[in-house]
Design a binder for this molecule. Sequence first.
Ligand code: ADP
Length: 403
Amino acid sequence: MLVMAVNAGSSSLKYKLYKMPEEEVLCGGLAERIGHDDAIFKIKFGGNEDKQVLPIPDHKEAVRLLIEALKGHGIIKNLEDIEVVSHRVVQGGPYYSHSVVFDDSAEEKIKELIPLDPLHAPAHLIGYHAFKEYLPHALATAVFDTAYHQTMEKEDYLFPIPLEYAEKFKCRRFGAHGTSHQYLIEKAIRDYFGGKAEGTKIICCHLGSGASITAAKNGKCVATSMGLTPLGGIMMGTRCGDIDPSVCNYLADCLKVDSDAVYDILNKKSGLLGISGVSNDSRDVEEADWAGNENAHLASKLFARRTADFIGQYFVRLGGVDLIIFSAGIGENSSYFRKLILEDILEALGLDIDEKKNETYIRGKEGLISTPDSKVRVAVIPTDEEVMLARDGYKIKIKEGKL
Ligand code: ADP
């Protein structure tokens, strides 16, 4: 069975075609700068790559180009072979604790949640309709980035604001990156705990340009750092993470701007970029730090400290920890950022790190970077959100077939 995993953003559409249940990737790629005359369409298949720069006015055109490419390159024989299109949806609100068929009722709920995710939700719906038009026979499924976090208890997901507002406006912690955390935690349980989730205490650090930390007990999420939106939690590339909420009013007064302008600063001009003044990309910050830029050094240290603080908090929340996972762009590739974070938690957690492994476990290399003497194991695991889309889409299709 062929399953298309889709991540539709506001001006991009990423895709990967899987043969399931083998999880074999037949092709993958993306359309970016959708809406521009110099948009880019890329497809990679069997060691080949094709890239075109052309006008892509909308997502529908991007899907049409994809279908053409699939046929043109002989990747599929019949469009009917694609039996499932599995869509990533960032915000599932309180409604979804697992993936579902993407039908009219799911569309209604996603529409209702647009105020919680005005950036992504409309794009997901556009992507859904674009694929429905070209692959009307295929079952559409929705995989929510918030679903994995739905096992949190009220004490973990509520903010101490008037309860009435929390309930009426769904103003609470939903978290994000759930698909990645779930993939990593499930994989860690298979690889490091013999497949037995019972009794496991894992802290999972997804450190990309967006970053979040999840605490999982028995394989289930008990706490996660992102909040109502992906602005909360640890410091990120351009986002501030958790701060004293009074900063918003105070900055608005100081700068004589409205709350939207402050929100923009906290979302787009803060984090690594805001402190370093160099870049939101950890590689640039690291380079500047090595070259002696003091603010870049401060940004690196601050990022590490905020991450370490959450690890400490989750150590307590879990009543201990067996395994810490590093993943995503920074977690998988930056031995420097990992080192800074680990230095901050080393003593309290009784860690013993193999420096050489920390240096060399980058660019997809996976394994433990802690020594056998370490009280807590530390692993680098590359994430794979797309395969989770394919897995869930496949599972739902099989289940539907049996009904
Ligand atoms: P997202 O999916 O949130 O855009 P990624 O997980 O792709 O983020 O991570 C992107 C970030 O990871 C980059 O901004 C950069 O800071 C960091 N990164 C990516 N590759 C490397 C690398 N080879 N070395 C160090 N940092 C990297």
